[in-house]
Design a protein around this ligand. Sequence first.
Ligand code: SF4
Length: 357
Amino acid sequence: MMNKIGEINFKAIKRISPSQFYSMKNCAYKSLLAEAFDKRPLLPLSPNAYFGTVLHKMFELIAKGIVKSENDFNFEFDNQIKALEEDLKQKGFGFFVPLKVKLKNFGLKKIQLKKHLKSESEKLTTLGNIKLHSEKWFESYDKLIGGKIDLVIENGNEIELIDFKTGAITQDCLDDEGESYSEIKNEYKEQIKLYAYLYFENTKKFPTALSLVDLAKQKFPVEFSVNECKSLFDEAKTLLKSTNDSINTKSFSANPKQENCKYCLYRPACSFFHKKLETDFSYNDVIGEVNNVKKFQNGNLNVFLQNGNKNLIIKNFSTKDFEKLNNYRNRQIRIYNIKKEPTDFVYTVTDTTVIYE
Ligand code: SF4
C-alpha cells in the first residue's frame, strides 16, 4: 500500500511553547499540520533527533541530581540507548541501530555530556541558599504560552535561567565589511527570552541572567531587556491567534522555502510544498507521474517520473516494490528523502525514503 494523506482536519492550537515559537513564525502552516496530525510526524526523524532526546534526558537527570556519578551516568545512558534502539527497531528503523556505529560523534557527545556531572568541589559550592529547579513547567495566566525551563538557579536576588542545547548554539554571520563573526542563533535567543517572561509572569521576579549551555559545558549569556521579552511574549500570542484564525478563513500562512521545508516532517501533507516541487528540483523529494518502472538483472528497480517536461529517474528501489509502483503508472506520486546524484534529475533511494500518493 502506498502512504496516503486523507482529508486534513485542522484543529486550533491551544498553547504555544517557547521552543515552537520560531518555527511557527517561519511557517505557521507547519504548526497547524503538526496539530492536525497530533504531532505524529509523516516522515522518519533523523537518528540525530532521536539521540538528542536521550542527551536532553541525561542532562535533566544530572540537573535533578538523580545521576550523580560516572557509574550512574554509564548505567542510565546505556539503558536510555537500549530503550531507544528497541523503539527504533519496532518503528521499522532498525537500520539506525546500533546508534554508536551509525551516528557521527556518538562517543564524543557522550564524553562531553559527562562533563556536566558535578565534581565533589562543585557539589560543596552548590550547597547553601541556592535553589535549583530542573524541567519546571511554567505557563501564562491565560494558558496561551507554556513550556518547561531546563534549569532555574535561584540564589537570593540572582536568578539565572538555563536552556540546554545538544547542537550548535552559534552560527557564522558576515558583518557589513564582509568579516565573519559568530552569533547565538536567533531562535535560541527568542526562546529563552520567552521563558524569562513566563518566569516573571509566574513569580513576579525577572531573571537576572539568561544562558544557553552546550554539550561541552560552554555557557553563552544572552543579553535581554524586560521590554523585548514582553514584546516577544505579546508577539507569540498574536501569532497563535492569527494562526488559529486562518483555519476559519482558510488563508493559511505557509512559507515554502529550503530552510523551512528541508526538515519539516509534514511535507507529505503540504500542498504549498507540493506546488513548489513542480518547478524546484533542489530538494531531496520529488513529485511526478509514474512513466515507467524497470527491473534490472542485477536486482535494481528504477522508477521514471514525468514532472512537466522533466524526466526524473529514481534508482535502487527494492524489487519487492515492483507491483506497488507498477500499479501507479500514469498516476502522480511523491517520493521523499531520496538522494540527489551528480547528474541532473537522477536520484537514489535511501533507508528513509517514503512514497505517498
Ligand atoms: S513543507 Fe514547508 S511550507 Fe509546508 S508546512 Fe512544512 S515548512 Fe511549511
